[in-house]
Design a binder for this molecule. Structure first.
Ligand SMILES: Cc1ncc(COP(=O)(O)O)c(C=O)c1O
Length: 404
């Protein structure tokens, strides 16, 4: 194809011209997708190894999810929570059962689930734990990523995410991730919750030391503090288990879920917890017009049904071993470190070779989409529907990029 006949350059420029520059996307303009593959406006195909930051765990346009969405579109799309609709109870029951919790509170985006968790923990602290009014604290980890609201960026340690967005919301203490001693020292009588990602996704798929999550669980139980696990990126099959906490045999007091819960079709997030925690909310104290809408519930109920089969967790475990074996073989050949669990990997590129961005651009030229983070790291999170051959293909393309 002659270069100046391609539609991509003009489409990239057009997007740049009319939007705020709060993202730095790769210069690919996608127009259709199926399973693990996307096609751009010039008809070029790419293997999607980012999967919408894990929002597409079931691949693009999974037939069961698309069918659920179509069927619901033909019946009812929105009621607001002023009324009850016929998809609501089924979704909440199914998700609560998947989480092993009594109650569910549906929202839309991941950040809203985090905000919900923070509000519920504070109210629980005042009403149940007996923390003096206005003094509740929540302990979080360095390197966290929980979203982009003003409260959430208040406890970010990433200057890009935080700088110039103050004044900041008080009430958070930040401790090093993976350090139980520092966590124990930070917890006091005002602490209502410890909020953590069981694996830090945006930080580069950082897995905490073995024993850390069970230690957090034990500390929270002993000190009457809620353990809130942000499983928005790590959850719903990504790591080979339904929840990353499960890999360490840990059950948090509250799960924060999002991304894949919407099946890559609609934004759906949720908080799941028992009644002694989520039961502190009364009418008028929290909500969202679109939270738990019929379309969202219909799709998310189907997501829960897919997860309940265990097939996706199994694929993630088995194919994850293949992915990690392939990536580990590249250590010393352009990679300096590989981390992760299941079909989720953070790779550190030798900075002397190229930046993460450069590696992603070269991968894109070879028909593989991935995204860099923090300079020299690349995250791989392909759809859990990816095949063994496709994994081998992605690893081979990475090897070729690293070999120059
Ligand atoms: C662990 C975690 N929490 C929260 C969020 C925020 O989700 P959203 O972008 O849907 O607001 C993200 C998004 O990347 C995330 O990875």
């Amino acid at each position: 194809m002659i270069e100046d006949m391609l539609r991509t350059p003009a489409a990239v420029q057009d997007a740049e011209r009319h939007t705020a520059h709060n993202y730095h996307p790769l210069p690919v303009v996608i127009s259709s997708a199926e399973g693990a593959w996307v096609t751009d406006v010039d008809g070029r195909r790419y293997l999607d190894c980012l999967a919408g930051y894990s929002a597409l765990n079931f691949g693009h346009r999974h037939p069961a999810l698309i069918a659920a969405a179509h069927a619901q579109l033909d019946k009812l799309t929105l009621t607001s929570r002023a009324f009850i609709h016929d998809q609501f109870a089924d979704f909440c029951r199914a998700l609560a059962a998947l989480c092993g919790k009594e109650l569910v509170l549906p929202m839309n985006t991941g950040a809203e689930a985090v905000e919900t968790g923070i509000k519920v923990a504070r109210k629980w602290g005042y009403q149940v734990k007996g923390v003096p009014a206005g003094q509740a604290t929540i302990v979080v980890a360095e390197g966290n990523f929980h979203g982009r609201t003003t409260t959430i960026v208040s406890f970010s340690t990433d200057d890009d995410a935080r700088a110039d967005f103050g004044p900041y919301t008080p009430g958070f203490k930040i401790v090093p991730y993976g350090d139980l001693t520092a966590l124990a020292e930070a917890v006091d009588e005002t602490t209502v919750a410890v909020l953590l990602e069981p694996i830090q996704g945006e930080q580069g798929v950082v897995v905490p030391p073995a024993g850390y999550l069970p230690g957090v669980r034990q500390l929270c139980t002993e000190r009457n503090v809620l353990f809130i696990a942000d499983e928005i990126q790590s959850g719903l099959g990504r790591t080979g288990a339904t929840f990353a906490c499960e890999l360490e045999g840990v059950v948090p007091d509250m799960y924060l879920l999002g991304k894949a819960l919407g099946g890559g079709i609609v934004p759906v997030s949720a908080v799941a917890a028992d009644a002694d925690v989520l039961g502190v909310l009364r009418p008028g104290q929290h909500g969202s017009t679109f939270g738990g809408n019929p379309l969202a519930c219909a799709v998310a109920t189907e997501v829960v049904r897919l997860l309940a089969t265990g097939e996706f967790q199994r694929r993630s475990t088995e194919l994850g071993e293949r992915l990690h074996a392939g990536l580990h073989a590249l250590i010393g050949k352009g990679l300096v470190a590989v981390r992760g669990r299941g079909l989720w990997a953070g790779l550190d590129i030798d900075p002397a070779l190229m930046s993460g961005r450069e590696a992603c651009e070269r991968l894109m030229e070879r028909g593989v989409l991935a995204k860099d983070t923090h300079g020299s790291t690349i995250r791989l999170a392909p759809p859990l529907t990816i095949t063994a051959e496709e994994i081998d293909h992605a690893v081979a393309q990475l090897a070729a990029v690293l070999a120059g």
